[in-house]
Design a protein. Structure first.
Length: 584
């Protein structure tokens, strides 16, 4: 409990007025609610002693109803403050998590699955935020309000009767502590299982076409049913422990009732206690039911909140293993230079780039080719700083990229990855993602450059056509061209196409390349590809194999070397026809 409140203390401190007034109102309410039982006892004693007058009855009735009104009003006030605070905490935690997710790069997302992150951002976050609303309420009720009632019983009724009636409290405290520890372990297991099932849902929805194509619906449904059963059993295990809290408190409070009646009757018969005070005591004892149950609720909430806080804090404290961001904000020159760059992924056993040396002069086009797994995308990822910088140096102008602030270089880059990502919005919104204030004329120009005009004309709502989850409503080639349009509308200093033309035909590819050549004079372009037709126009071409540059030169120079490039060119030329008439 101490650790959880320590984690939440900055939030409470930031909203100290809200919680200060809420606690004050709750204290006032707790005090006011104790007045009616005291009045009832007095009235009964006055009736018994035949001293109750009309004036006294009206006065006490007035106090009775006033205390009820005050109690109701203050409860509305502190309820608004506390439960409003719960929503504020949920909002702040969501924002913190989202900012953290957006800052993290590839290495972080290799450690944490999407479904797991979603579980931590929903169920775990709800369990934590409960502590800022309902948790504060049960904390006050199980401590302050419980103390108020016991004090009233001790002072205004009988200290002897109070002590005897509370003999069951130590036993209750011990049992609730044991149950609380079990709740923590079982709740943590249930949340982990929920994260696993989240992942299965995401994979099933995103891969539904593949699942259906391989007739794996029944197999996936069976696997999902098994995991659902596992989640069910783990949640039932939590519910089994939770179900024990209320009976334990009721049984032990029932014993307290028996003690109070028995010993209270003895005190009344001995003349040590009046009948009215005994009735007041029984009312107070009845009021103890919720505060005592609140102790169990508090333990339950704290254990679940602590388990969830560990999971959320683990994510917030996790890094992407990247170096600290650089501090330099001035960029002199736009040439890109790789100097003896060697890099290995955290999960890889051997180097993925080895002693790579390359220079890309501003305004030129670099083509990168090689077989699958040769290191083309890794070459790009190092420039984008998606992973920690390896050995050697990568410079833009005169500055090493790890010394530059990220917001200096990133706005200058237009990037189209091979695993293109589209959002479940309209085509217009997806293209405007590259430039938020783009006009319709700019959007249509980007569409034209990406050779997407004819496809767009056939769509029912044009630019406002919704493309579905991850672009499910359009073809692979259309997805690539929307992604290219998104990068081109930005008019970036550096355009990076990472195998971004693989899903279009040769004619469309040629048209897009021609458009890029026309509009990007004086700006740098990097293209990785398997199809040599996409880079035969490049000013310089490098061939990668197992992370090493094995050939480099212009298109004609590489053909004349009769190496890997020349062989691939001959094979692709036979398949697609001559693509090099202007070079012959």
């Amino acid at each position: 409990m101490k650790e959880l409140f320590k984690q939440l203390w900055p939030f409470f401190k930031c909203h100290k007025k809200r919680y200060g007034w809420g606690i004050f109102a709750m204290l006032f309410s707790n005090g006011a609610v104790l007045i009616p039982p005291y009045i009832i006892g007095n009235v009964i004693d006055q009736i018994y002693s035949n001293t109750l007058t009309t004036e006294k009855l009206l006065l006490q009735l007035g106090l009775f109803f006033l205390s009820i009104v005050v109690t109701y009003g203050t409860e509305v006030f502190w309820g608004y403050l506390f439960f409003g605070g719960r929503n504020l905490l949920a909002k702040e935690l969501r924002e913190r998590l989202m900012k953290h997710y957006l800052r993290m790069r590839a290495a972080f997302y290799e450690k944490y699955r999407t479904g797991d992150l979603m579980a931590r951002s929903t169920n775990d976050l709800d369990a934590i935020s409960e502590m800022a609303g309902y948790g504060i309420m049960v904390t006050m009720d199980s401590t302050v309000f419980l103390g108020f009632i016991l004090t009233m019983m001790f002072v205004s009724v009988s200290w002897k009767l109070t002590l005897w009636s509370m003999l069951t409290m130590p036993i209750m405290g011990y049992l609730l502590k044991v149950l609380g520890d079990k709740v923590n372990k079982r709740y943590l297991a249930s949340q982990t299982a929920f994260a696993d099932i989240n992942d299965d849902v995401l994979e099933g929805v995103e891969g539904v076409r593949v699942v259906r194509a391989y007739v794996q619906e029944d197999a996936m449904a069976k696997r999902f049913a098994d995991k659902t059963e596992d989640v069910l059993q783990k949640n039932i295990a939590v519910a089994q422990i939770n179900a024990l809290f209320s009976p334990i408190t009721k049984i032990l409070l029932g014993i307290s009732y028996v003690i109070a009646f028995g010993y209270g009757a003895v005190l009344v018969s001995n003349g040590e206690l009046s009948l009215g005070k005994l009735i007041s005591f029984q009312v107070y004892l009845g009021m103890l039911v919720w505060p005592v149950q609140a102790v169990g609720e508090l333990i339950n909430l704290v254990q679940q909140g602590s388990a969830s806080m560990k999971r959320v804090a683990e994510v917030l404290e996790a890094s992407d293993d990247m170096d600290e961001e650089g501090s330099k904000t001035d960029l002199e020159g736009h040439d890109i230079e790789y100097s003896e760059v060697t890099f290995k992924y955290p999960s890889s056993e051997s180097a993925n780039l080895t002693s790579v040396v390359a220079k890309i002069t501003r305004g030129k086009t670099l083509g990168i080719v090689g077989k699958t797994g040769s290191g083309k995308t890794t070459f790009i990822r190092q420039l984008l700083r998606q992973y920690p910088v390896g050995d050697g140096a990568i410079k833009v102008g005169s500055e090493a990229i790890h010394e530059l602030k990220s917001d200096v270089l990133r706005p200058m880059i237009g990037y189209v990855p091979q695993d293109y990502t589209l959002f479940s919005r309209s085509i217009r919104e997806n293209i405007k993602f590259g430039k938020a204030d783009a006009t319709d004329e700019e959007i249509m120009e980007a569409v034209r450059l990406a050779n997407f005009e004819e496809d767009l004309a056939r769509m029912p709502e044009g630019l406002d056509t919704l493309i579905g989850e991850r672009g499910v409503a359009i073809s692979g080639g259309q997805k690539q061209r929307v992604s290219i349009a998104r990068a081109l509308i930005k008019n970036p200093e550096f355009l990076i196409l990472d195998d971004s033309l693989s899903a279009v035909d040769a004619k469309t590819e040629q048209k897009i390349i021609e458009n890029i050549q026309k509009v990007r004079k004086g700006k740098t372009t990097i293209i990785t590809t398997h199809r040599l037709s996409a880079i035969h126009h490049a000013d310089w071409i490098i061939v990668l194999e197992d992370g090493e540059i094995i050939e480099e030169g212009t298109h004609l120079e590489l053909i004349s070397q009769n190496g890997w490039y020349g062989t691939q060119y001959q094979r692709q030329q036979l398949k697609e026809g001559s693509m090099d008439e202007k070079y012959s």
